[in-house]
Design a protein around this ligand. Structure first.
Ligand code: NDP
Length: 250
């Protein structure tokens, strides 16, 4: 497939699995994340299949985003797919006990970071009168759960931005897909609980969560539809999950 995809958060989890899935289709990849070593490792692994370039930057740093995207050479600028995936939860506590640094990390990364990257890439898509933006939201963006307050707010913002992008980019033939997964086993909980392995593992105990590859398979479906078809909104659950609050464990 003669396409180029820019993936944020490609060093781990859903972003990495999408990179692998897109590579299988021959989609050229611009892999982004903060951990350059992991980006280079993935580039090495996929380079036999497709051309890959890497950009290491923190999506929260507006200047760094613009500088990095500004280095994309001419022959890589026809970006067909922007996968806005970078993001994390930080902490899980009642609003009255929330850590303000965690709040900043979530609002700056999940919301403002997604905006900075989109702002830098959308002009390429408008110039080409085509493109596909895939925003990774969460079921947390549709249903707030106890102690999820700011993470849920950041993902509710992603939901609103997906809708807003679809409206505003409609004249330019740019597709927007919003993806809202439930529980996916990645490094997500390890980051949320600041490296606490036991707490992280307990999140996925007693049921089979989605894998990053399961989510990547659905995203790959969305980005391979015919030109006139838009998968606008996808909610993905493991079979054990019925909502943010209802999860059947053994
Ligand atoms: P991971 O922790 O495995 O991956 C998160 C990715 O985001 C990493 O590649 C990380 O790269 C990147 N990232 C995080 N913060 C920044 C930053 N400030 N700048 C640049 N890159 C950043 O988690 P997932 O794969 O699960 O998460 C991917 C997306 O899916 C997130 O938006 C998350 O909110 C969402 N999601 C996850 C669910 C789950 O249950 N796992 C459920 C629903 C949604 P690096 O650290 O190298 O910068």
């Amino acid at each position: 497939m003669n396409k180029i995809a820019l993936i944020t958060g490609a060093t781990s989890g859903i972003g990495k699995a999408c990179a692998e899935s897109f590579a299988n289709l021959g989609i050229r990849l611009i892999l982004c994340g903060r951990r350059l070593d992991r980006l280079e490792e993935l580039k090495e692994a996929l380079s036999g299949q497709v051309d890959v370039m890497t950009l290491a930057f923190d999506v929260r740093d507006r200047q760094a985003v613009n500088d990095a995207i500004g280095t994309i050479p001419d022959n890589w600028q026809d970006i067909d797919i922007l996968l806005n995936n970078a993001g994390n939860a930080h902490g899980l506590s009642p609003i009255q006990d929330g850590d303000v640094d965690d709040w900043d990390a979530m609002m700056d990364g999940n919301v403002k970071g997604l905006l900075y990257v989109s702002k830098a890439i959308i002009p390429f898509m408008i110039a080409n009168k085509k493109g596909h933006i895939v925003n990774i939201s969460s079921i947390a963006g549709k249903e707030t759960y106890p102690n999820g307050n700011v993470y849920c707010a950041s993902k509710a913002a992603v939901e609103a931005l997906s809708a807003g992008m679809r409206l505003d980019l409609n004249p330019f033939g740019i597709k927007v897909t919003n993806v809202a997964p439930g529980a996916v086993e990645t490094e997500f909980s390890l980051v949320r609980f600041k490296g606490d392995q036991n707490r992280s593992e307990s999140v996925y105990k007693g049921f089979k969560p989605l894998s990053a590859a399961d989510v990547a398979e659905c995203i790959t479906f969305a980005v391979t539809r015919p030109a006139h078809v838009v998968v606008a909104d996808m909610v993905l659950f493991p079979i054990a999950q019925a909502s943010t609050m209802v999860l059947k464990r053994d």
